[in-house]
Ligand binder design. Structure first.
Ligand code: 5AD
Length: 436
């Protein structure tokens, strides 16, 4: 299986940014490969050129895609049409009509969209988001693998099952060799071209193991590596960048500093943001966002979360997921975030920032309801992560209970995801960044 379409380089500018053609659609990607020239065929992921292919190999893959690429696009276009008749309140119709014609809602309008509850209005909200996704992002949908290499954690976040305070949890820590073997199995066995390596917050030896694993994987395979080991400080980030990691997945969890500090005893919001800014300064792209449905979180605060991710931190992908209570944490009795609340946030992200990076459907959303993934993809989302953690460890990576895919093999996850995307007219590819 392949989650990438090879593209042909048509130009490379002085800053090393390549323009790549996919059946005539132009996208941009940063290039670090020596000797790359116009005319060469490449795979790009997350805005990076990751591998050059010989023309014969590229043409073979392209011949598989040639027909389905345009068929899928036609199906996506059909599913992304806006409803003709106007339903719901004239005010909601006005805000969404304006959004679909290119004028994004202001803060007050955004807050009002988050409070929608009427079915017809919600449908219009979701359809507007899907229309904008189709228009500005096309029909490609990233499929990245996530490999959770350790459940050790040095923090005490009061919503998270991996918290150090959760003494009953059986912990595991994969060695550098185990991480490397699992990554290579995911790349070779299932065609992943981008992998997220995630853990609880790590320091010391586990961090050294991660650095060694990243370097070893990249010595053997061309893949985009996104790290997600928590706040590891400038030095750790620099070492991982030198080892070849190019993305950092780390949520700021909430833009409300006071709420953040209540949820994360002994930590500051400023430190969290500083880590994200340091990563950007080093050269990483970041994937960030917040948890939806936290105690004391308001619609105003969620709009600020979206703006912080998009404008404050220039996120390359939006990672917003629902809160799910974990029985062994202080928030055990706080209610789970409803699917509707989460879908409204996904739709609003796309409506506010139609041209910015992909919107992720998180595993937590799928955990609330297995069908929510498809619904998320129809209201603005265009990115999925599949769980590539060795099955014997998955249950122990207990951020919240009942995690989707905890017991599904990678093969079954891949088949289900590809089938779902095909039905929605989406190409399971990460084509990088659109040429503006
Ligand atoms: N519900 C939802 N998301 C959670 N996370 C941790 N615990 C929970 C929970 N109970 C998310 C946090 C963290 C990511 C790895 O998992 O956003 O950054």
């Amino acid at each position: 299986m392949c989650y990438a379409i090879p593209g042909r380089v048509v130009a490379i500018d002085d800053a090393g940014v390549a323009t790549i053609s996919y059946f005539g659609e132009l996208r941009k990607a940063r290039n670090e490969l020596e000797g790359l020239e116009p005319g060469h065929f490449v795979y790009a992921q997350g805005g990076f050129v990751i591998e050059r292919l010989q023309e014969a190999a590229a043409q073979e893959v392209l011949s598989v895609w040639k027909e389905s690429f345009f068929d899928l696009r036609a199906e996506d276009l059909r599913l992304s049409l806006l409803p003709v008749e106007e339903r719901g309140s004239p005010e909601v119709a006005r805000i969404l009509k304006k959004a679909s014609s290119g004028v994004a809602p202001d803060d007050q309008e955004a807050v009002s969209l988050l409070s929608l509850d009427n079915e017809a209005e919600l449908e219009l909200l979701y359809k507007t988001a899907n229309f904008l996704r189709c228009r500005f992002q096309g029909n490609s949908c990233c499929i990245h693998g996530i490999l959770e290499f350790s459940s050790d954690c040095t923090r005490s976040c009061i919503y998270c099952g991996l918290s150090e305070q959760n003494r009953g949890l059986l912990r595991y820590r994969m060695s550098a060799e185990e991480i490397e073997a699992a990554a290579i199995a995911a790349i070779d066995g299932y065609g992943f071209k981008a992998l997220v390596l995630q853990s609880g917050e790590v320091t010391g030896q586990p961090l050294e193991d991660l650095i060694a694993a990243v370097a070893a994987i990249l010595r053997k395979r061309a893949v985009l590596i996104i790290i997600s080991p928590g706040e590891i400080g400038r030095e750790g980030l620099e070492e991982l960048y030198r080892a070849g990691a190019r993305g950092l997945l780390m949520r700021f969890e909430t833009s409300d500093a006071e709420l953040y500090e209540q949820l994360h005893p002994g930590c500051t919001h400023e430190e969290r943001l500083e880590t994200l800014r340091t990563a950007i300064e080093i050269g990483y792209f970041i994937i960030t966002g917040s948890i939806v449905g936290l105690p004391g979180q308001s619609a105003e605060s969620l709009v600020k979360d979206i703006r912080l991710a998009a404008e404050g931190l220039n996120t390359a992908m939006f990672s917003f997921g629902p809160f799910i209570p974990h029985p062994d944490t202080p928030l055990a009795n706080h209610p789970v975030c409803g699917e509707k609340e989460m879908l409204k946030v996904l739709a609003l992200i796309r409506i506010l920032y139609p041209e910015q990076g992909p919107v992720l459907v998180t595993t937590a959303l799928e955990t609330i309801d297995p069908g929510a993934r498809g619904r998320g993809l129809l209201c603005g989302a265009n990115s999925l992560m599949l769980n590539a953690t060795p099955e014997e460890y998955r249950k122990q990576y207990s951020l919240y209970p009942g995690r989707a895919h905890a017991e599904t093999s990678i093969q079954e996850q891949v088949e289900a995801a590809i089938g779902l995307l095909r039905g929605l007219g989406r190409a399971p590819t990460d084509l990088g960044i659109f040429l503006q």
